[in-house]
Design a protein around this ligand. Structure first.
Ligand code: GDP
Ligand code: ZN
Length: 461
C-alpha cells in the first residue's frame, strides 16, 4: 500500500567523503526542515525560494545544539525527483554527521525510506513509468560507458515510447473489434479481418525488433559471461591479471592452487567482460579442488564465451586433450600461451582440430597478443563495433520475458485472424499481448512485482 508520509534516507555512499546528503520527500518535508534549519540569511525556511540552495546550520530544536553546517536545497513538488516536496541536506561527509542528520529528521517526523522508495514514489506519482524506474538501477550499476548510455536512454523513455507505440496499435485493433461485435448491423467484418491482420503483423514486427536488441542489451548490462579454461599452470591467472592490469587473482607455480573462482569485470571496447578464472578443469581426487572443478564446469555451461588456454612450451598431454573436447563445440577462442618460450606443440594439428575457431598466439606474461584478443572478442560478440540503436534497447531480463510473451500472444492472434475465427477469440489473445506490454511500463503490472523490483534498489535512491 502506498502511504503518503514523509520519507528520509542517506543518499550518498557510506564512508568518509567531502559531503554527505540526507534526502527527504513528502508532504512534511518542508515543515520538518522549518523546525531544524537556521538559515544564515535569517529567513524562515518557508520564506526561502523554491529551487534554491541555502547556507545555514542544522539545530537540534529542543536543546538548541548545533548539529552541522549545511547547504539545503528546497524543491517544491511536483517538479522534483519524486514529484513531491523534496529537501536535500548537504552536510559534512562521514559516518557520524550524516547519521546524526538522519536521526534528527526521523525524530522530527520523517520515516526511514525503504530501498528504492524515492524512485518508487516517482513511479507511483506518475512522473516516470516502471521501465524508467528500473533504468535508474541500471545507470547506477552500469559497468561501462555504453552500458550506461543504454540505461540512460531507457531512463529518458526510449523503451517506453516504443512500447506505447505498439500498444496504441493494439488499442485501435481492440476498438475496431468491439465496434464490430457491438454493431454487427454495419457489416464491417470483411474489412476488419484484413485490417486486423495488417495491424497484427505490424505489432509482431515491432516486438520482434525490440527482442532482437535484447541479447546485445543483456551483455551490455550484465557483462559477457567469460570463462578462462585450461589445465593447471597454463597461465589462466596470468592472463586474467594481464587483462585486469592489476594483481587481483592469485598467480602461483604450484598446479591447482587457484581454488576459488575469481570474478571480475573488464572493459573490452565497451563490452563488460564478466570474467572467471577457474581451477583447472580435470578429474581430481582432491576434495577442495573438486569444488573448484565442479564450479568450473558449471561456469562453462553458462558461459557466453570461453577463452581456452594451451601452454605451447610443453607438449600437449591427455589433460589438454580432454579439455579440447569439452570446449570444441562452444563459443571458444583458442589461445596459444607462453609463446615467448620455445614451442613444443605442433599448431598445425590443433588448427585442424579447431577449424573455424579464432586462434591467437599470446604471452600472458609479456602481455603479447592481448590487443588481438580484445579485437577478436568484440568482433565475435558484435561483429565489430557495438552499435546502440536509438530505438530503445531492451537490456532487462524482465522486459525480455514480457516481450517474448507478448510475441507469442500476437503470433496466436495472427493465426486466429487468418483462420477467420470469431472476433471474440481474436480479442482474447490481443488483450493478453496488450497486457504483457503494459507490464513493461508498469501500466498493467501487479503490486507484488512492483515491490519486488524496488527491493533491488539501494537505500536512498
Ligand atoms: P594457472 O594455473 O593456469 O592459473 O597458471 P598461472 O597463471 O598461475 O601461471 C603458471 C606459471 O606460468 C606462472 O609461473 C606464470 O608466471 C607462468 N606463465 C604464465 N603465462 C606465461 C607466459 O606467457 N610465458 C611464460 N614464460 N610464463 C608464463
Ligand atoms: Zn590460476
Amino acid at each position: 500500500m502506498y502511504v503518503n508520509d514523509t520519507i528520509a534516507a542517506i543518499s550518498t555512499a557510506p564512508g568518509e567523503a567531502g559531503i554527505g546528503i540526507v534526502r527527504m520527500s513528502g508532504k512534511d518535508a518542508f515543515a520538518i526542515t522549518e523546525k531544524i534549519f537556521q538559515s544564515s540569511s535569517k529567513k524562515a525556511f518557508s520564506a526561502l525560494n523554491n529551487r534554491s540552495i541555502n547556507h545555514g546550520f542544522i539545530i537540534e530544536p529542543n536543546t538548541g545544539t548545533k548539529i552541522d553546517e549545511v547547504l539545503i536545497s528546497k524543491m517544491k513538488g511536483p517538479h522534483t525527483y519524486t514529484a513531491e516536496d523534496v529537501v536535500e541536506i548537504n552536510c559534512h561527509g562521514g559516518t557520524v554527521p550524516v547519521k546524526r542528520m538522519l536521526e534528527l529528521v526521523l525524530r522530527n517526523g520523517a520515516r526511514l525510506a525503504e530501498p528504492g522508495e524515492f524512485t518508487k514514489r516517482a513511479f507511483l506519482n506518475g512522473r516516470i513509468d516502471l521501465s524508467q524506474a528500473e533504468a535508474v538501477i541500471d545507470v547506477i550499476t552500469a559497468k561501462t560507458n555504453i552500458g550506461m548510455e543504454v540505461a540512460l536512454g531507457q531512463l529518458e523513455g526510449s523503451l517506453s515510447y516504443n512500447i506505447e507505440e505498439i500498444r496504441t496499435i493494439i488499442i485501435n485493433m481492440l476498438a475496431h473489434i468491439e465496434a464490430s461485435i457491438d454493431y454487427p448491423e454495419y457489416d464491417i467484418e470483411e474489412v476488419t479481418y484484413d485490417t486486423l491482420l495488417k495491424q497484427a503483423e505490424e505489432v509482431k514486427e515491432k516486438i520482434q525488433s525490440l527482442l532482437k536488441s535484447a541479447d546485445t542489451g543483456k551483455i551490455l548490462r550484465e557483462g559477457l559471461n567469460t570463462v578462462i579454461v585450461g589445465k593447471p599452470n597454463v597461465g589462466k591467472s596470468s592472463l586474467l591479471n594481464a587483462l585486469l592490469k592489476e594483481g587481483r587473482a592469485i598467480v602461483t607455480d604450484v598446479p591447482g592452487t587457484t581454488r576459488d573462482v575469481i570474478e571480475d569485470y573488464i572493459n573490452i571496447n565497451g563490452i563488460p567482460l564478466k570474467i572467471v578464472d577457474t581451477a583447472g578443469i580435470r578429474e581430481t581426487q582432491d576434495i577442495v579442488e573438486k569444488i573448484g572443478v565442479d564450479k568450473s564446469r558449471q561456469h562453462m555451461e553458462q558461459a557466453d564465451l570461453i577463452l581456452f588456454l594451451l601452454d605451447v612450451s610443453n607438449p600437449l598431454d591427455d589433460e589438454d586433450k580432454t579439455l579440447m573436447k569439452l570446449v570444441k563445440n562452444k563459443k571458444t577462442i583458442i589461445l596459444f600461451n607462453k609463446t615467448d618460450l620455445p614451442t613444443q606443440v605442433s599448431q598445425e594439428e590443433i588448427n585442424k582440430y579447431f577449424e573455424g575457431k579464432t586462434m591467437i598466439e599470446i604471452s600472458a606474461l609479456k602481455g603479447k597478443g592481448l590487443d588481438a584478443l580484445e579485437e577478436a572478442i568484440s568482433t565475435m560478440v558484435f561483429g565489430g563495433q557495438v552499435a546502440i540503436s536509438d530505438t530503445g534497447l531492451v537490456s532487462n531480463i524482465r522486459h525480455k520475458n514480457l516481450l517474448e510473451s507478448a510475441f507469442d500472444s500476437i503470433d496466436i492472434t495472427i493465426g486466429t485472424i487468418e483462420d477467420n475465427l470469431p472476433l471474440e477469440l481474436v480479442s482474447v489473445d490481443l488483450k493478453d499481448c496488450w497486457d504483457y506490454l503494459g507490464q513493461v511500463t508498469g501500466d498493467t503490472v501487479s503490486e507484488n512485482i512492483i515491490d519486488q523490483i524496488f527491493a533491488n534498489f539501494c537505500i536512498g535512491k
